[in-house]
Design a protein around this ligand. Structure first.
Ligand SMILES: [Zn+2]
Length: 333
């Protein structure tokens, strides 16, 4: 898989441009932003602060997570996403043009991998997917026929409508607003954690959605990953205000524990770090990266491939996946 297949530069750069216009509008209300400590481990100490498009990122002294502080309040973020021109552009251009590649390269493998974990943890009853979007992942999961029941949790009414049209049962609310256990065996949440005001609150919600013993699987971006470590403040992933939390793998372990979940597996199955770095340097050769990174990029294709594999195997890719369990009970009972 290549970066160009799932986020072609032409579309992605335009998307980032529009996102920046959105961000500038939000900056006008910066006096209402909240000052926060590390959302992963709660430490207040920072090793570094830097400005990105007028927003401040901090790097946690304890766990090296990268996070936005001060950050928009939860209400400001809700408002931001409902009005966002970038979100609209994603829907009308980006998503449509990349849907086939995303389905094949990202979504189907994700569905297969989740089903595999659910079988292993005997959590194949009801699957609730938080942030279902266009329901593509649920469609792929339905094809596999592993779960007894599928449920979409999608607060955006237009997207909730898309999921309903595809025949899924939908809870049209943010996960955090669902007060009681939905009684799912398995809850998935892909690429949401980096966007939310309070990651602990999100994980608490995922935990409540499953019954005791149930499985929670989520993915996000991590500041421990190679392309982000190298490009750091110039990384397209360090993008305010939509990416508020780029937690380190250590920070994510701490967060899972704080949420009262048992960690089953943490891995970084990302496949794009080397490609993302190569593309960034192709477009902007002046970017500061390590000598070692340049050496890897100049190496023959098999070496680059093996290096990417090494990153995956060593918790060093920027795409991270966590499998956890809600303590107690038997999810299949
Ligand atoms: Zn921390």
């Amino acid at each position: 898989m290549k970066e160009e297949q799932i986020r072609p530069a032409r579309l992605f750069d335009r998307y980032l441009e529009i996102a920046l216009e959105d961000a500038r509008e939000l900056l006008a209300e910066a006096t209402e932003f909240d000052e926060v400590a590390c959302p992963a481990c709660t430490a207040a100490g920072v090793t570094e602060r830097f400005d990105r498009h007028g927003f401040q990122y901090r790097c946690c002294a304890e766990c090296q997570s990268l996070y936005l502080s001060p950050r928009p309040s939860a209400a400001q973020l809700d408002q931001f996403y409902s009005m966002s021109k970038a979100v609209a552009y994603f829907a009308t251009h980006f998503y449509k043009e990349t849907e086939d590649a995303r389905r094949r390269e990202l979504v189907r493998p994700k569905a297969e991998m989740t089903a595999e974990w659910a079988r292993r943890l005997e959590a194949t009853g009801c699957l609730a997917d938080v942030g279902s979007g266009y329901g593509t992942y649920l469609e792929e999961t339905r094809e596999l026929g592993v779960f007894d029941d599928l449920l979409a949790v999608e607060p955006a009414s237009r997207l909730a409508g898309v999921c309903r049209d595809k025949g899924f049962r939908v809870i049209e609310q943010p996960a955090e607003a669902i007060a009681e256990t939905v009684d799912a065996s398995c809850c998935t949440c892909f690429e949401v954690l980096e966007h939310v005001h309070d990651p602990l609150r999100l994980l608490g919600a995922l935990k409540r959605i499953v019954r005791p013993g149930g499985m929670v699987l989520f993915t996000t971006l991590t500041a421990s990953g190679f392309d982000i470590v190298e490009l750091w403040r110039e990384s397209k992933s360090v993008m305010p205000p939509s990416h508020l939390n780029l937690l380190s793998t250590g920070g994510l372990r701490r967060l899972v524990e704080r949420a009262g979940l048992e960690l089953v597996d943490l891995s970084t199955p990302g496949r794009l770090d080397v490609d993302i770095l190569a593309n960034a340097l192709r477009d902007r050769p002046e970017l500061q990266v390590s000598r070692f990174a340049r050496q890897i990029l100049a190496a023959p294709e098999p070496v680059r491939r093996r290096f990417q594999q090494f990153l995956q195997d060593s918790e060093l890719s920027s795409h991270v996946r966590i499998v956890a369990r809600r303590p107690g009970g038997d999810p299949s009972a």
